[in-house]
Design a binder for this molecule. Structure first.
Ligand code: C5P
Length: 237
């Protein structure tokens, strides 16, 4: 797969007009864009339409977590909108994820589209062991990530979103085919912002990430297109 098929730019932009400008600026180099809960809540349908018109792929990062029937219906709706990739909290359970797969499959077939890539979200990277234990989840973060990634695969998810450092363990445990999408990417020249466990694009690809998610190092760069190019070059090395 070429580097540009593995790069996902996080469109974490609150201003709708600016968001579309960014898509236009990055369009020559970037094919996949991630839409999260803030822009989606504000102008979700319009952004999906704009990206569709521009021929771009969408990673719908809404991290669904609800009862199986509700999640099935949400996955059906997203697949009908022809999103490329979407995600679900593994903590919703294997039954919930299995229903997500059913909904996504039926939604895709209703419009003659492809079934979106379905990803599990394990333990949020903002959570450490102490916070995780406080809400009653025992053990280490790594143990939980391993268990939840296993449950995602069992439920038929295509892969998981994982932080830097978890990719090798997940690939070893669940096999190379199981997709790993990695955020928290920082090239050496970019500021870390609030991300703690970061990894360079080069290292993420070397560790086996199938897709990397990059937000601020691109969208807040003085020249976003140039930043995307530099990252793509680094991924190709
Ligand atoms: O700007 P930055 O490159 O840090 O953006 C990373 C993106 O990936 C953000 O949209 C963030 O919400 C998302 N993300 C993350 N860590 C996770 C899951 C998603 O940073 N574990």
């Amino acid at each position: 797969m070429a580097a540009r098929d593995k790069l996902i730019v996080a469109l974490d932009i609150e201003n709708e007009k600016r968001c579309y400008e960014m898509v236009k600026i990055l369009s020559p180099q970037v094919d996949i864009f991630k839409i999260g809960i803030a822009p989606f809540t504000d102008f979700g349908n319009s952004v999906l339409e704009e990206l569709g018109k521009a021929g771009k792929k969408v990673f719908l990062d809404l991290k669904f977590h609800d009862i199986p029937n509700t999640v099935e219906n949400a996955a059906f709706a997203a697949a009908k909108k022809k999103v490329f990739m979407m995600n679900f909290h593994c903590l919703g359970g294997t039954r919930m994820m299995a229903h997500a797969l059913k909904g996504a499959t039926e939604g895709a077939s209703a419009v003659g589209g492809n079934v979106p890539l379905l990803l599990g979200v394990t333990i949020l990277t903002s959570m450490d062991k102490e916070e995780m234990n406080t809400i009653g989840i025992k053990g280490t973060v790594e143990e939980q990530v391993a268990a939840l990634a296993g449950s995602a695969r069992q439920a038929g998810m295509d892969g998981v979103v994982a932080s830097a450092g978890e990719t090798k363990m997940i690939k070893k445990m669940l096999g190379g085919e199981f997709i790993v999408v990695t955020p928290g990417i920082r090239p050496e020249w970019a500021s870390h912002g609030d991300q703690k466990r970061v990894i360079t694009p080069r290292q993420a690809i070397k560790d086996g990430s199938d897709y990397i998610v990059v937000g601020r190092p691109i969208i807040q760069a003085a020249d976003p297109l140039e930043a995307a190019k530099k990252i793509l070059e680094e991924m190709e090395e």
